[in-house]
Design a protein around this ligand. Structure first.
Ligand SMILES: NC(=O)c1ccc[n+]([C@@H]2O[C@H](COP(=O)([O-])OP(=O)(O)OC[C@H]3O[C@@H](n4cnc5c(N)ncnc54)[C@H](O)[C@@H]3O)[C@@H](O)[C@H]2O)c1
Length: 270
């Protein structure tokens, strides 16, 4: 379904690891809609090789960058501008990793070095990215930056652990930087709060299968898929949503505003 919503636009997509990644679908959809893109991921993700397939399909260069490195982000933005021959119109931040969850440590037993790394990768990286773009004047007027988040930033999901705090910080950075970038260049910054989705990062959460079917039962429209998230992201990168900024936008089939559903009550009565 090509409408050329992003015709002539140039963007950077962070976080496509494999075909399940939300960023993978968003990259494909942006290109379908007429955008030119640069792909980036952590140097370690390059070794898995999957991203090269996406790069070929999207006719996009890959510029590796660890989101915790100022030098890498600076290099990525500078090289992307060289590649495009000008400024950038949109950026997707689709990056998250919990060191404590990965090491099997729950919220009451955090290792603070791991915690620091988690916040750096999953939240502060959005600030680093925005600050780098701001200082290099890398984004066109009415540019759009979108980061992916989860409702654990607002409500407790016990097994989401320290990532809940990281997502709260991420959403706060989108608001705070959104103010300053809006004032300076009319650049908008938003977060999409996506339904649980089967990906490498998602499946790292304990009890993910139960979690995903609970959300499915609680959402009047069902869980939003990665493909549907890609459609939504395209609208936010397009000129059809120019006045939307500093928002956390729920893309979850209605989950966030449902107190309880008939299906969940039925289950409880069994
Ligand atoms: N899957 C879900 O259920 C779900 C729900 C809501 C929000 N999200 C968010 O969506 C985003 C994308 O996750 P996904 O589910 O597609 O999983 P994914 O594992 O495919 O993507 C996570 C990406 O982060 C990258 N990354 C990790 N450390 C990095 C670093 N230091 N530098 C650069 N990149 C790094 C990984 O290489 C990977 O590509 C994350 O922010 C995640 O929290 C996921």
């Amino acid at each position: 379904m090509a409408h050329n919503l992003l015709q002539g636009k140039k963007g950077i997509i962070f976080g496509a690891l494999d075909a399940n990644s939300i960023a993978w679908k968003i990259a494909e959809r942006c290109v379908e809609q007429g955008a030119q893109i640069v792909l980036t991921n952590a140097p370690i993700a390059m070794r898995m090789g999957e991203i090269k397939k996406l790069a070929e399909a999207c006719n996009a260069p890959i510029i590796p960058a660890d989101v915790t490195s100022n030098d890498d982000i600076n290099n990525l933005i500078t090289k992307s501008m060289e590649h495009f021959g000008g400024k950038i119109d949109f950026i997707l931040h689709s990056v998250g990793m919990s060191m404590n969850i990965r090491k099997g440590r729950n919220y009451m037993d955090l290792d603070y070095d791991f915690n620091h790394k988690t916040n750096d990768i999953s939240a502060t990286s959005l600030h680093r990215l925005l600050q780098t773009c701001y200082k290099l004047d890398a984004l066109n007027e009415w540019g759009s930056v979108v980061a992916l988040t989860y409702i654990a930033a607002q409500r407790v999901f016990p097994d989401y652990g320290e990532m809940a705090d990281a997502k709260s910080l991420l959403e706060s950075i989108a608001r705070s930087f959104g103010y300053h970038y809006g004032k300076k260049n009319k650049v908008r910054v938003n977060t999409i709060s996506q339904s649980p989705t089967r990906t490498t990062a998602g499946s790292g959460v304990k009890g993910f299968d139960g979690f995903i079917s609970y959300a499915e039962k609680m959402s009047p429209l069902g869980n939003a898929t990665a493909d549907q998230c890609a459609d939504y992201a395209v609208t936010l990168f397009s000129d059809l949503t120019k006045m939307v900024t500093m928002q956390n936008l729920f893309h979850d089939g209605g989950f966030s505003f449902t107190g309880v559903s008939a299906e969940v009550i039925e289950q409880m009565e069994k």
